[in-house]
Write a protein that binds this ligand. Structure first.
Ligand code: ADP
Ligand code: MG
Length: 508
């Protein structure tokens, strides 16, 4: 039986990539129409409904910033976010991502000479259900069939063949263009279990570029030039040149940046030592997070069997040196750090497609790959303590899903007739830093004394549904229960509408 080709897609914050399993049994990334393995996740909405994706769009960002959507992955699952182009057209994060996905699929079709429909898309381990559902919707809007989503660190580990480990602990440090993620996973029998994950959603190569840009701009001012940050076009040019210089400093000790502004030419030299010095605080932040995640996992470096560096920014030497220093281990190498996620996704894509096609269900080695998730955010209830409303945690973050936890609360007055059960997401006690996911009034048994115990049982399943039950401990009676459907996502009709709309747009 013919097996349809399925590809793996790394839908990144700054760069995306698509890979396929080759007949020789190894995955490789597919070269896009511009001859690159990485496609910038940038979408330019030009006139005449034309859409440009990738390097061309990225270059145009300098002159048409108002029509360029970037870093959209940060907004996946946010129901309020919209990109509004200069003509006032609005796009949701799912729709912008769909355009990137369509472009990647079309490039794969061009390279392979056959239609692509089945894909596996990767997502950060911390993505909650709303963000995962948004990613699935983006795939569907792009006209693709998403066989499954897998966690980025899992994909990277599979690319390195670590799913074949009998058992072991894997530490993944992923520093990309716009985000930083750390994940500790346990591998057993080909199955990956996320033990702990955390990161910084606003830290990546982009911030290293910013530091260098500030330095170069200051040097230009010192040499009598204008402030490059004041003019959009000059700033965009500065960004391009600084990113290039940063990449150069990964291989050579010194780089020159040539700037033309206000009819003058400037040459700024930067050494690697200077660059490392100005970005030290950024690297330190990743070190703190990395150590914290290991703590959260309840492990020490001696428990870690493999350290993986993922993301383009881990090419920087200072990252490798820092990880070696704190872990005392040599990171696994051999695959480009910015391609490993797509390569692993390709392995899973083929295994999943083969599984779907084979009615016999004969298990391939890879069909056993399974991913267990943990909660990325704490779930809790708002309680009143000494008349102050505060957040209390019922299911702590990094709890394995499906989870079921209980916590006892007390009535605040005699014969209290009802409680408003408000479900929260977030770690902080302070309500200013948590999100209320939903609430429900639940009537109480009449005649309860003050301080009567009420037990709240909260469960969270793999589909991301939160189930809450309230139990009267005094009278041993259930008081009520409810489920929360998170209101973040598009419904079927909206996905279908977006899909037909985008299908008419020409993507270049
Ligand atoms: P994403 O954030 O989309 O997952 P990548 O993993 O591809 O993206 O990482 C992109 C980042 O990696 C960019 O900030 C880019 O400047 C940086 N990068 C790529 N190559 C190098 C290099 N040789 N030296 C330093 N940084 C690099
Ligand atoms: Mg990435």
């Amino acid at each position: 039986m013919a097996v349809s080709k399925a590809v793996g897609i790394d839908l990144g914050t700054t760069y995306s990539s698509v890979a396929i399993m080759r007949p020789e049994g190894r995955p490789s990334t597919i070269i896009n129409r511009e001859g690159e393995t990485l496609t910038p996740s940038v979408v330019l909405f030009a006139e005449d409904d034309q859409v440009l994706v990738g390097s061309t769009a990225r270059r145009a960002a300098a002159t048409m910033p108002a029509d360029c959507a970037q870093f959209v992955k940060r907004h996946m699952g946010d129901p309020h976010w919209r990109f509004i182009d200069s003509r006032g057209r609005e796009y949701r994060a799912e729709e912008v991502s769909a355009l990137v996905l369509r472009r990647l699929a079309e490039d794969a079709e061009l390279a392979l000479g056959e239609p692509i429909r089945d894909v596996v898309i990767t997502v950060p381990a911390y993505f909650d259900d709303a963000r995962r559902k948004a990613t699935l919707d983006a795939g569907e809007i792009a006209g693709l069939r998403v066989l499954r989503l897998i966690n980025e660190p899992t994909a990277a580990a599979i690319a390195y063949g670590l799913d074949t480990l009998a058992s072991g602990n894997v530490f993944v440090y992923d520093l990309g263009g716009g985000t930083f993620d750390v994940t500790v996973m346990r591998v057993r029998g080909g199955e990956f279990e996320v033990i702990a994950t955390d990161g910084d959603r606003n830290l990546g190569g982009f911030d290293f570029d910013n530091a260098l840009m500030r330095y170069v701009a200051d040097q230009v001012i010192e040499q009598g030039g204008p402030d490059l940050h004041d003019v959009l076009v000059l700033e965009a040019d500065l960004r391009d040149k600084c990113e290039l210089a940063k990449r150069q400093l990964t291989t050579v000790d010194q780089a020159s940046i040539f700037i033309t502004a206000a009819d003058q030419n400037f040459r700024i030299q930067v050494t690697r030592a200077q660059f490392e010095e100005m970005t030290r605080p950024l690297l330190d932040r990743t070190e703190v997070t990395a150590t914290g995640v290991l703590d959260d996992a309840g492990l020490t470096w001696s428990d870690i069997d493999h350290v993986l560096l993922v993301g383009g920014s881990t090419r920087m030497r200072m990252v490798r040196e820092m990880i070696q220093r704190i872990s005392g281990k040599q990171p696994v190498t051999g695959i480009n750090p910015d391609e490993s996620v797509a390569l692993g996704a390709a392995v899973v894509a083929e295994a999943t497609a083969a599984e779907a096609a084979e009615s016999t269900g004969a298990a391939t080695a890879l069909s056993r790959i399974a991913v267990r998730d943990v909660t990325s955010q704490s779930l809790g209830i708002i309680a009143v303590d000494k008349e102050v409303r505060q957040n209390t945690i019922v299911i702590p973050r990094n709890t394995r899903i499906p989870a079921k936890h209980e916590r006892t609360y007390y009535t605040v007055e005699y014969d209290q007739r009802a409680v408003e059960v408000e479900v929260t997401e977030g770690d902080d006690e302070d309500l200013a830093y948590v999100t209320v996911l939903g609430s429900r009034p639940i009537p109480l048994t009449p005649g309860l004394p003050r301080n009567a115990p009420l037990k709240v049982t909260m469960s969270y399943d793999i589909d991301g549904v939160i189930h809450v039950e309230l139990f009267d401990v005094t009278n041993r009676t259930p008081l009520g229960e409810f489920e929360l459907d998170r209101p973040y996502n598009l419904d079927r009709a909206e996905v279908e509408k977006a899909r037909t709309e985008l299908a008419t747009r020409e993507v270049q």
